[in-house]
Design a protein around this ligand. Structure first.
Ligand code: SAJ
Length: 406
């Protein structure tokens, strides 16, 4: 049996690799020639622990190949982006493009799994799109299912194997076929449902976290106003056996938690009030951090030098997608033309393109930034920053958005 995995990104490539190292013949498909060339050489185009070993082993054993073209296969796994449009509705064009490439290859009875995080109804939409292109087929000739991924970036190769999975079929037969495929590598429980419930389950998981982080972020703003240390406050409250507050930060980033709740809001705009407000609260946190920097800058004589520690969307990864740290750095550079910004991000070697236009910002080492800075702004709690000698911060204004130096 052959499986085609369409989209070799943060989810598609690990899924392709884990299937292939478990003996399944996998063709990874991507529109980017650089990605296809890298994977064909057994290399991984981004940072994810253990993924490189899986890819190089599968490629050298011949179970994983990569291609620009969608081949004939027994099963298709679609793991393409689902960004949102300006009005926060989901852009399904990548899913439709994958469907258009799959449709001509079908002979009937194939399994087609949508893994991309999608608004309710997207799996049905993919099935309808394919059937619209293949009037000789009916829904009974196809087995279409949604199987959302729930792996945590940085732990993908572990969680792919150990997490429970939800499989939602357009038909029960589709759900069963998808379960059989995931059983080749997944040791967690595989739970069967319908496609729309599976879509919603994934969105609800990420919204649960977003709402709870919004609560923590709101507490940090309230605590600042009342002169309370929010980190101590949360730690104390969490001693209650039924309280578990998450951590405040500079905002919520990444391509999942900052995006998925909008798919619920756009499906039920009148009803999804709390979910909507959580997004607004978390998206307003970078603005609040900038106000703190503004107050500190006002205290400095001469040209203020601000060390900006971290750009990634969370600790110990190189992923800058939807990162609040990037938007904070960008806005600081633009709004405070008279200040100098010493940017530190240990996981990248050149200034990201979003910041490359800033004449007053440069990428430097942690030591250089701390030594020169009047103001130290910590945006990401990378392990490397934990070893900073606290005495080096003496006499500087410190804005610690992660509570690392609480
Ligand atoms: N964050 C806080 N405070 C916290 C926890 C997180 O401010 O207490 C911030 C992080 O700094 C980051 C953002 O939230 O900016 C998201 O980080 P995360 O570690 O919570 O989640 P992601 O985006 O890396 O991965 C999430 C996971 N979902 C859940 O935990 C419910 C993962 O399991 C999903 O697979 C992934 O989204 C996804 O792909 O949807």
């Amino acid at each position: 049996k052959t499986v085609a995995v369409i989209g070799l990104g943060y989810i598609g490539l690990p899924t392709a690799a884990i299937l292939a190292t478990n003996g399944v013949d996998v063709v990874g498909v991507d529109v980017n020639p650089k990605t296809v060339e890298a994977v064909s050489r057994g290399e991984v185009p981004f940072v994810e622990p253990d993924l490189g070993g899986h890819v190089s082993r599968a490629v050298s054993e011949g179970t994983l190949t990569a291609s620009l073209e969608t081949p004939k296969a027994d099963a298709y796994i679609v793991a393409v982006p689902t960004p949102f449009n300006d009005d926060k509705t989901a852009d399904l064009s990548y899913i439709e493009a994958a469907g258009s490439a799959i449709a001509p290859q079908l002979v009937g009875d194939e399994l087609i799994i949508l893994e991309s995080t999608s608004p309710p109804g997207a799996t049905q939409h993919l099935a309808d799109h394919i059937l619209g292109l293949r009037e000789d087929l009916t829904i009974d000739n196809l087995r279409v299912a949604h199987c959302p991924e729930r792996v945590l970036p940085g732990r993908v190769m572990v969680e792919l194997v150990t997490n429970d999975r939800i499989v939602g079929g357009i038909t029960p037969a589709a759900a069963e076929a998808a379960r059989d495929l995931y059983q080749t590598f997944c040791e967690g429980e595989i739970l069967l449902t319908d496609a729309t419930t599976a879509e919603m389950a994934k969105l609800v998981e990420n919204s649960f976290r977003d709402v709870n982080i919004a609560f923590a972020n709101e507490l940090s703003v309230i605590s600042d106003k009342l002169g309370i240390n929010v980190w101590e406050l949360i730690e104390l409250a969490n001693h209650h056996p039924r309280v578990n507050i998450l951590q405040p930060g500079p905002g919520v980033g990444g391509h999942c938690i900052a995006v998925d709740p909008w798919f619920i809001v756009s499906s039920a705009p009148e009803e999804a009030k709390l979910i909507h407000q959580a997004r607004v609260t978390n998206d307003s946190k970078p603005g609040w951090v900038i106000e703190q920097v503004e107050k500190a800058v006002a205290q400095v004589d001469g040209t203020p030098k601000v060390a900006v520690l971290g750009l990634a969307f969370k600790a110990n990864i190189d992923d800058l997608r939807e990162s609040p740290a990037i938007s904070i750095a960008q806005r600081l550079g633009a709004e405070f033309g008279d200040a100098r910004f010493l940017i530190v991000e240990p996981h990248i070697d050149e200034m990201p393109k979003q910041l490359s236009g800033l004449a007053n910002a440069e990428l430097v080492s942690t030591d250089d930034a701390i030594e020169q800075a009047d103001i130290v702004l910590l945006l990401v709690d990378h392990a490397q920053f934990k070893s900073i000698d606290r005495s080096a911060l003496a006499g500087k204004a410190v804005i610690d958005t992660r509570g690392m130096w609480r």
